[in-house]
Ligand binder design. Structure first.
Ligand code: FES
Length: 565
């Protein structure tokens, strides 16, 4: 137990200078009594609430529950806002601003009289941004994510946001769904606040916060509107106060073992490919030398066992009723570092001691998985010397080994203009290639990697094709999409050399991505390409372009990394 005089906030409020009196007085101007504040730890509640972020719009109510817990445990809660990143609203992409939010979180924590922090996140980028900022600040921190929306429902059909929305959009484009039906879908696919209802990026990153040990056990999957989410928030408010007295900081929790636990869990749940970028970035904040090779090694050893869309059948709401993440991690425990410390003050194995198995329809035994390997595979080859990522469990099996002729789009504008052109030379065996959609090319590494299937092929009944880009894709998408090709085309990566008609070979089991063009010709084409024109010459955009790392390093700013282990 720490002496209250060692609290960080104590130095702000106690001393013989005028500023100490002024700080106490200004805090009391919020209506706190002198005795209420005396010698108590100050808990920052870092809130990404915003009406520009529908997924996080309930986090003010969640914060009230956190405050109840903090007061009950003897702390003083002070809620503060940061920027928020609404996935569907922000242009050109929220990923452009993840690092900005992480800096906002870090600086808001470190510049203020805060002893520990409760992180309230939900939508895709808000969770990794808060984790990255809190890891760099390294004060006691606990995360409470916002939980998934209620399952969508249309004419007695359950709809997963994103996954089923995109599937129905293909039907709409093919003319099999009319305008009126499409308007009905709009009204019932997102039925409450909370994040997307499948194992997309938000659900995955919530699970990652739990698997890393930074969220209380069982917290990730509780639906946003369920009373138990508020009870979780209250418990987290109580717990952060104890964490301060125990001086339990992220640096004691976010170890290499914790990251390996998270990667294995990501593989077992068929998590979003975006988790790869975010975990790589977070690890670098913590000085842990996590690499794409770690993902592939752990993926080969970890079966996919969680039957949730887009790789499985169910939605997050049912996943929670079946027990949520703990039964998955209990099943995985023989493969995990059970002695990893968590925010509860106990080890992962201790947290899971009383967890019961879920139904085998929802969480399969390790011996009888949905897929023998993890959800994500890492590919290398002359087209991606520094790696590329594919969600193999979301790709149609007949495309796992595929060789076809490239149909190339230099950028997204060109792709959108040509993709439905009846004259486009494309068939079901073609490989669609999108360039200039990476961190520099997008700019900001947008989710453009799930290229639409050309309309004329949709009308023939084609449901999946091999698509390759230096972009990301939404975690809710389903398809044979090779993503995060690194280095990206805009900085001279070999993706820039591909021309329509070139043969490309994808071999997911062999982890290969090959452009069947000889090296000298690739070099000649790259040398002949005009230099990429930067999207920004000033402001935050320029800082981003000047310092962002490539996808295989997590796309953080290079000056925010910690020293590696
Ligand atoms: Fe926010 Fe999907 S749009 S989680």
């Amino acid at each position: 137990m720490r002496d209250p005089k060692t609290l960080r906030s104590y130095a702000w409020f106690h001393g013989d200078q005028y500023e100490h009196l002024a700080r106490r007085a200004w805090l009391r101007s919020e209506g706190f009594g002198q005795e209420t504040l005396a010698n108590k730890p100050v808990i920052g509640i870092c809130n990404s609430w915003s009406e520009l972020n529908n997924c996080n719009v309930h986090l003010r109510q969640v914060a009230e529950a956190v405050k109840r817990g903090v007061w009950a445990a003897g702390g003083v809660p002070l809620e503060f806002p940061t920027i928020s990143l609404g996935e569907l609203f922000m242009k050109p992409t929220t990923m452009l601003f993840r690092n900005l939010m992480a800096m906002d979180v870090e600086e808001s924590i470190t510049a203020n009289p805060i002893d520990g922090v409760v992180l309230l996140a939900g939508c895709d980028k808000t969770t990794p941004a808060q984790l990255m900022g809190a890891a760099s600040a390294d004060l006691p921190a606990i995360m409470v994510t916002g939980g998934p929306m209620l399952a969508g429902r249309w004419r007695n059909e359950q709809l997963g946001s994103g996954t089923d929305g995109r599937r129905l959009f293909q039907e709409f484009r093919a003319g099999r769904i009319g305008e009126e039906q499409w308007a009905e879908v709009e009204g019932c696919i997102a039925r409450s606040h909370g994040h997307c209802t499948v194992m997309g990026t938000a659900s995955t990153m919530a699970a990652m916060s739990e698997a890393l040990g930074l969220q209380l056990t069982g917290g990730a999957a509780i639906p946003a509107v369920d009373a138990r989410r508020y009870a979780l928030a209250e418990a987290s408010g109580r717990r952060i106060v104890d964490m301060i007295w125990e001086d339990l900081r992220p640096s004691k929790i976010l170890t290499r073992e914790a990251f390996e636990n998270a990667v294995r869990t990501d593989m077992a749940i068929g998590g979003s490919t975006n988790a790869v970028v975010h975990l790589l970035a977070l690890a670098r904040r913590c000085g842990v030398a996590l690499t794409l090779d770690d993902f592939d090694r752990l993926s080969r050893e970890t079966p996919f066992i969680t039957n949730v869309k887009p790789s499985g059948e169910h939605l997050m709401e049912e996943f929670y009723y079946s027990g949520g993440l703990p039964p998955v991690m209990k099943e995985l425990l023989p493969l995990l570092h059970g002695d990893a410390l968590t925010v509860s003050g106990k080890t992962l194995a201790q947290n899971l001691a009383e967890t019961e198995a879920a139904s085998t329809d929802m969480v399969r035994p390790l011996a009888d998985p949905l897929h023998p390997e993890g959800g994500t595979a890492i590919l290398y080859g002359n087209l991606a010397p520094d790696g590329a990522v594919i969600k193999q469990t979301a790709a149609s099996p007949h495309l796992w080994r595929h060789r076809g002729k490239a149909v190339v789009f230099e950028n997204r504008t060109e792709m959108l203009a040509r993709i439905d052109d009846p004259a486009l030379e494309v068939d079901k065996d073609s490989v669609l290639v999108l360039k200039n959609a990476g961190p520099h090319g997008g700019p900001g590494f947008p989710e453009w990697g799930h290229l639409p299937i050309p309309k004329k092929l949709l009308q023939e009944g084609v449901k999946d094709m091999v698509r390759i880009s230096d972009a990301r894709m939404s975690g809710t998408s389903f398809g044979c999409d090779v993503l995060h090709v690194s280095p990206e085309a805009a900085i001279g990566g070999p993706l820039g050399a591909v021309e329509s008609g070139d043969e490309i070979e994808l071999d997911i089991p062999g982890r290969k991505l090959t452009l069947h063009v000889d090296d000298a010709e690739i070099e000649r084409r790259l040398a002949a390409r005009p230099a990429h024109k930067p999207h920004y010459r000033r402001g935050y955009g320029k800082l981003f372009l000047d310092t962002v790392t490539q996808a295989h390093h997590g796309c953080d700013f290079d000056f925010l990394h910690a020293e590696e282990e």
